[in-house]
Design a protein around this ligand. Structure first.
Ligand code: DQQ
Length: 535
């Protein structure tokens, strides 16, 4: 259908049509990056017969849609082939574990493997004849046991996986040990639990290096390694992570800071980003994160369009060695290959209360990097404020403070009847220290009124001597913002009706009351990825 065709993205992963949700089982195998995903072949809404869609790419830029990897065809998954993960064993075997919703809607874990390991496209999958391999443990609801992780190998040679659940309102990650992926032993203690966080979906658990940006195989542990734990909170539909220490011997993971625990602390993304999953890319020695980006219009419109959801730009994920308290997420380097001739604007002074258009033809697909310097005198003169600023509740781009907001307006038509703002807001506390917020304001993003128009955002750590900078990826109906190299990220779905195709423009704006800001910005229009279908 051509209905609302301009909302289709150019360089984000999407099926040709219908509903998609969680990324599943990402891996690099024999020269190809594989992505599987929750897919409803029957329409543009989530449905009872969810299956695994499948695509592969050598470089994240040219994709091939492959036949469905698994469909709901056994009693143990007839109500849906739900989320799961892959593990590549040292002997080359590929293990796939996923949740099936049974004929009685019991959530159980199932094993599958490639029919032909010599096929780099891994087109055919075989379900283990004795599935399911795991059913909910005693005392756990039949509908609270799902989404097995990639396995990690312990020093004893055994493998462990973790599976999300809840005990009353306590979010929980159970751990199972196995040698053959067919028989499992539950460990007496869960890996971690957090009271009040509800059901943990799509738990992710992986090591990061404290001293290098090289990614680590999921089984790595020891000196110089921290472990990240992520849970997708069914209650509030956001992905929360925390950094901590994994003790293999007693199978526990402890957060560095109990205030920044899983589900109560920091998020991968302060916009729309859910059910994400990372994998270790042994090809380029990095850890890559995929996330599901849903629509924020109405279901009725999705059905009219005939499709719903995109996957995020895959993000490289490392520990931020400068702060030690957050990870850095950054678009994988392959995306840079889509950049067309860029246009640079150097040291543009944006006075308090002004808006400056940037002459670039067509930015409905664009990659933007911008650096900001606030006028020093204004910075010093700014009055301290006892009121805490907060992106979501303190007004959006139109609100005015001493030191912000300032930033970019993207997907804006020339009259600025529609615009999506991605901005910083700096506030001075009573002790004189500065606090920086990174926000996205969707309130004027569309003339349509049945779409999400919230302001998103959070704080971003800015260290002594660092400039404020951001990167923004714009792709028709999605805007992904990365502040300070990916310390804080915000993904928005926006649905402009006028600021589309060649009418989509970019502006600099500064709504501070006094401070002027000097901005250097580079804008690259972006080519589309190529997505073909193997028939
Ligand atoms: N989506 C899957 C579940 C998972 C949820 C079903 C998260 O396995 O818990 O489509 O979005």
């Amino acid at each position: 259908s051509n209905m609302l065709a301009w909302q289709r993205t150019g360089f984000h992963f999407q099926p040709e049509k219908n509903w998609m949700n969680d990324p599943n089982g990402p891996m690099f195998y024999k020269g190809y990056y594989h992505i599987f995903y929750q897919y409803n072949p029957e329409g543009a809404q989530w449905g009872k017969k969810i299956v695994w869609g499948h695509a592969a790419s050598r470089d994240f830029v040219e994709w091939t849609h492959l036949p469905l990897a698994m469909v709901a065809d056994h009693w143990y998954d007839v109500n849906g082939v739900w989320s799961g993960s892959t593990t590549i064993l040292p002997n080359g075997q590929v293990i796939l574990l996923y949740t099936g919703s049974t004929n009685n809607s019991v959530q159980c874990q199932n094993l599958a493997y490639p029919a032909n390991l010599s096929d780099p496209l891994l087109i055919d999958w075989v379900k283990y004849p004795n599935n399911p391999v795991l059913t909910p443990p005693p005392g756990i609801n039949n509908t609270d046991f799902r989404d097995p992780t990639t396995a990690w190998q312990t020093s004893t040679g055994k493998w462990r996986i973790t599976i999300g659940s809840k005990v009353r309102r306590t979010g929980t990650a159970f751990v199972y040990e196995t040698e053959d992926f067919k028989k499992y032993q539950i460990l007496s203690r869960p890996l971690h639990t957090v009271d009040g966080t509800g059901m943990w979906e799509c738990v992710d658990f992986f090591p990061v290096s404290t001293h290098s940006n090289i990614g680590l195989n999921t089984s790595t542990n020891g000196d110089g390694v921290r472990h990240v734990m992520k849970a997708s909170l069914d209650d509030d539909r956001h992905d929360y992570y925390a950094i901590g220490t994994y003790n293999e011997a007693n199978n526990t993971w402890v957060p560095d800071n109990p205030k920044i625990d899983v589900g109560v602390g920091i998020r991968y993304d302060y916009g729309v980003f859910y059910a994400s999953k990372s994998f270790y890319d042994q090809n380029k020695k990095r850890r890559i994160l995929w996330g599901w980006i849903r629509e924020t219009d109405t279901e009725h419109v999705d059905v009219m369009k005939g499709w719903a959801s995109v996957q995020s730009i895959p993000r490289t994920l490392v520990l931020d060695q400068k702060t030690g308290t957050n990870i850095l997420q950054w678009p994988i380097e392959e995306i840079d290959r889509l950049r067309l001739d860029g246009k640079q604007f150097k040291n543009v002074e944006v006075k308090a209360g002004s808006v400056i258009p940037l002459a670039v033809k067509s930015t409905s697909q664009a990659d933007i990097v911008a650096e900001f310097q606030i006028d020093k005198a204004a910075l010093e003169a700014a009055p301290p404020s006892a009121e805490g600023f907060n992106c979501t509740n303190s007004g959006g781009a139109a609100q005015r403070g001493a030191l912000g907001p300032f930033g970019l307006l993207v997907l804006a038509d020339h009259m600025r009847q529609e615009q999506t703002s991605v901005h910083f807001y700096v506030s001075k506390s009573t002790d004189g220290s500065l606090k920086t917020s990174f926000c996205t304001d969707q309130s004027r993003s569309s003339n349509a009124d049945d779409v999400d128009k919230q302001v998103y955002g959070s704080f971003v750590p800015v260290l002594e001597g660092e400039k404020l900078w951001m990167r923004i990826l714009v792709d028709h109906s999605i805007v992904e913002g990365f502040a300070q190299g990916g310390r804080t990220c915000i993904t928005s779905r926006v649905y402009p009706t006028r600021a589309i195709y060649d009418n989509a423009q970019v502006f600099l704006f500064n709504n501070a009351t006094k401070a002027s800001v000097v901005v250097s910005v580079k804008i690259w229009p972006m080519k589309s990825m190529s997505i073909t279908t193997l028939r």
